[in-house]
Design a protein. Structure first.
Ligand code: ZN
Length: 103
């Protein structure tokens, strides 16, 4: 019996996705969702050697940049935590909290 797929799920190539995110956010800052706050960008380990952009101040949000919930901008950073340099500097990678087996 073949399962009926009611909601099509797009397939994502991790390397292609991470490459797109790198091109979008390198040398830019970011906004989360509809927020007007602009954050500096840091990079977080994702799968293997791949990284994804995150707010440098560690501001949390739901999602993982996979649903266009982060927007790249050239606007100056307005986040006070990012402005005080409490987060990671550009180009630094936030280490994973724990490693996952990828087998
Ligand atoms: Zn911030």
């Amino acid at each position: 019996m073949k399962a009926l797929q009611l909601v099509p799920r797009p397939r994502v190539d991790p390397e292609e996705f991470a490459g797109q995110q790198t091109r979008r956010f390198t040398d830019h800052r970011l906004r989360i969702g509809r927020s007007g706050v602009v954050h500096e960008v840091a990079w977080r380990s994702w799968l293997g050697d791949l990284v994804l952009p995150v707010p440098a101040c560690h501001q949390g949000w739901s999602g993982f940049a996979a649903a266009d919930d982060l927007t790249a901008t050239d606007d100056p950073a307005t986040c006070r935590k990012c402005a005080h340099g409490t987060g990671l500097r550009r180009g630094e990678v936030q280490p994973a909290l724990f490693e996952l087996d990828q087998d």
